[in-house]
Design a binder for this molecule. Structure first.
Ligand code: MG
Length: 410
């Protein structure tokens, strides 16, 4: 049984067991899973062997990311650079949902935005320029001691002009302000306020509840939305401030992907052709009930969810807080496995070896077992069945091996 495994490093056994029984559907996060985390997202690279494995796994494999397929920082550019151009990449783009589920693409790179209106697209188009102005003003303050050219470089690297999920990623600022944690913390708080002001502005334009702000990593949720993770003890805390379309959450994306998977298997989408994450239920219980009522058990695949951003820590008041942008979709994968009896598995890839500081897996010096301090805990309802301490390189090797077992020869 895969689901009874806990923090197991036995991924070879996993690949073996996935070759038997029910067809497998892999739903995989991107950054930190198949690519290392780097301070400047423009420097991300992907391995050709990984792309070849994904191609062999066609029909068994979807990506699910809060990043985007398209644009200057999109995954497609990384794929094209790896393969030598857009012509070579045709048929080899990574299929699945980006921007938290509102951007769909197939293997030919044909992109659509299911459920998104023209007015929403127009508002989103203005966000990157406003973010650039905000960040230029903040970093240019005399007390920060940054030269204008340095400010311009930082702003350019930090503001991601994503089409449907414009983002400010302040990893580069954390590095530039090294040792001055107070100023970085001030930027975190002011960015959060800047994003809240954008929400108000949208509401004034008739787009109330059209958007929300996603923080990564975060400290879970409260009544006001996701909770900021302040920088602490040399850790950057929240680095990504994403302006997202409401409903663009990965767990809803799991159902949208299953809808497409079923359409391929049985000829029609059980949730309807117009189903999108924008119309999906917002709660885990609602998503599970909808899945159970719509998807036939006999066609339900065994799902393997793969992510790298899961957190569990204590807040300033001594309360356990659990968060992380992959937590929700991985938890839904786990619970779907229970409801449908499909023995789903959750894989955690340790991305702490990259340039972004975050908690990593450790070995207990006495027992030799894996310890996931800062990531999960003994009472965590999300059980990380398998872990890959070797990060994205180990995951790519795993996927190449799996493609050899269950993939098709292209
Ligand atoms: Mg990730």
């Amino acid at each position: 049984m895969l689901r009874t495994q806990y923090l197991s490093t036995g991924c070879d056994r996993l690949a073996e067991s996935l070759a038997d029984g029910r067809p497998t559907l892999i739903i995989q996060d991107l950054d930190g899973v198949c690519m290392g985390l780097v301070g400047d997202p423009l420097r991300r690279q992907v391995d050709a062997a990984y792309l070849a494995a994904c191609r062999r796994l066609r029909g068994h494999f979807f990506v699910l990311t809060n990043g985007e397929h398209i644009g200057r920082r999109g995954m497609n550019g990384i794929v094209e650079r790896c393969l030598g151009g857009a012509r070579q990449a045709a048929g080899r783009y990574l299929p699945g949902l980006a921007a938290g589920g509102v951007q769909w693409q197939d293997v030919d790179g044909a992109v659509s935005h299911p459920g998104v209106s023209d007015a929403e697209m127009r508002f989103l188009a203005g966000v990157p320029e406003r973010a650039r102005r905000f960040l230029t003003e903040f970093l240019g303050r005399p007390g920060h001691g940054l030269a204008p050219s340095q400010v311009a470089t930082l702003v350019d690297a930090a503001v991601l002009d994503n089409r449907v999920s414009p983002t400010v990623n302040i990893n580069v600022v954390f590095e530039a302000l090294a040792g001055r944690e107070g100023r970085y913390g001030e930027l975190q708080r002011q960015l959060q306020a800047f994003m809240a002001a954008l929400l108000d502005d949208a509401a004034g334009q008739g787009l109330k509840d059209a958007f929300f702000v996603h923080l990564a990593p975060n400290l879970g949720r409260d009544g006001d939305g996701e909770r900021l993770a302040p920088s602490r003890d040399g850790m950057a805390g929240t680095t990504d401030f994403q302006f997202m379309l409401s409903g663009a959450i990965k767990e809803a994306g799991v159902l949208a992907l299953l809808n497409r998977h079923f359409a391929r298997c049985i000829g029609s989408p059980p949730l309807g052709a117009d189903f999108s994450v924008r119309t999906a239920p917002r709660s885990m219980a609602g998503l599970l009930d909808l899945a159970e009522s719509a998807f036939a058990r006999r066609w339900m695949p065994r799902i393997v969810g793969v992510g790298d951003t899961v957190t569990s820590s204590w807040d300033a008041d001594g309360r356990r807080t659990r968060g992380g942008s992959d937590r929700g979709f991985l938890h839904l994968v786990q619970e779907l496995g229970r409801r449908f009896g499909t023995d789903n598995a959750v894989l955690f890839v340790d991305s702490s070896g990259g340039e972004v500081r975050r908690p990593g897996l450790k070995r207990d010096p006495h027992t030799g077992g894996i310890v996931a301090e800062g990531i999960s805990d003994a009472e965590d309802p999300l059980r990380l069945n398998f872990v890959l301490p070797g990060g994205h390189r180990q995951y790519v090797d795993f996927l190449v091996g799996l493609a050899g077992r269950i993939g098709r020869v292209p």
